[in-house]
Ligand binder design. Structure first.
Ligand code: HEM
Length: 187
């Protein structure tokens, strides 16, 4: 009697990714992934509130405090949540059949997450010392001139991008990347 040919386990593993996350680890990683994404969005909302308070606050003292808080507390928590989201996303991609560059929705999220983390370091972080100084000078009543109009962009760009990433995560659109190695269904 002949039996139907079966794929060897190493061949199966090659098609599915570097390693497989067990059920518990997958759930735990997914929880950290979603919490870090949520924290990142929350920090962005806080940045938007501080930027708006800095611009439209009722007194110079309030505006100055908002800029000081922005310069002191925002960048590192934002970068940390972005990196945790990135690392857990990569682990989820590699450890499940979704892969990292197998489905468009995962590949695009990877690009968006990397871009945002780089922007935090090269576009947001370098100007923060000046913003803090400006905040302190507002508090003394003798503000040094500084154009802070560009501060509206980081929270606007980041919130839009993270909303898009969340939509991609839930809707999982566009299917498989052509030419990507086969890895079966998602679960
Ligand atoms: C840009 C920020 C990101 C946000 C806001 C985000 C958000 C989410 C959310 C809300 C889910 C849960 C979806 C569901 O269970 O239906 C999810 C799942 C997932 N994310 Fe992300 N993500 C981000 C970045 C990434 C990155 C960089 C990767 C990988 C390169 C990634 C890979 C995945 C994978 C593979 C899943 C499915 C996990 C599973 O079903 O086991 N994500 N993401």
């Amino acid at each position: 009697m002949t039996t139907a040919p079966t794929r060897s386990s190493s061949a199966t593993r090659r098609q599915e990714g570097l390693f497989r996350l067990g059920k518990k680890w997958r759930k735990a990683t997914l929880i950290v992934h979603i919490v870090s994404a949520g924290a990142w969005i929350g920090i962005d909302v806080m940045v938007a509130v501080l930027v708006l308070t800095g611009r439209f606050g009722t007194t110079d003292a309030v505006r100055g405090l908002a800029y000081e808080a922005l310069a002191t507390f925002v960048v590192w928590p934002m970068l940390t949540s972005g990196l945790v989201c990135l690392v857990t996303g990569i682990v989820l991609g590699l450890g499940t059949r979704w892969g990292l560059l197998r489905y468009w929705w995962v590949a695009v999220k990877l690009a968006l997450n990397l871009t945002l983390c780089v922007l935090i370091l090269v576009a947001l972080r370098p100007g923060m010392d000046e913003v803090g100084e400006y905040g302190r000078s507002l508090g003394t009543g003798v503000p040094e001139p500084l154009d802070v109009s560009g501060l509206f962009f980081p929270p606007a760009v980041s919130l839009t991008t993270l909303t898009l990433a969340t939509v991609l995560a839930v809707a999982k659109p566009w299917g498989r990347i052509r030419g990507a190695r086969k890895g079966g269904g998602p679960r």
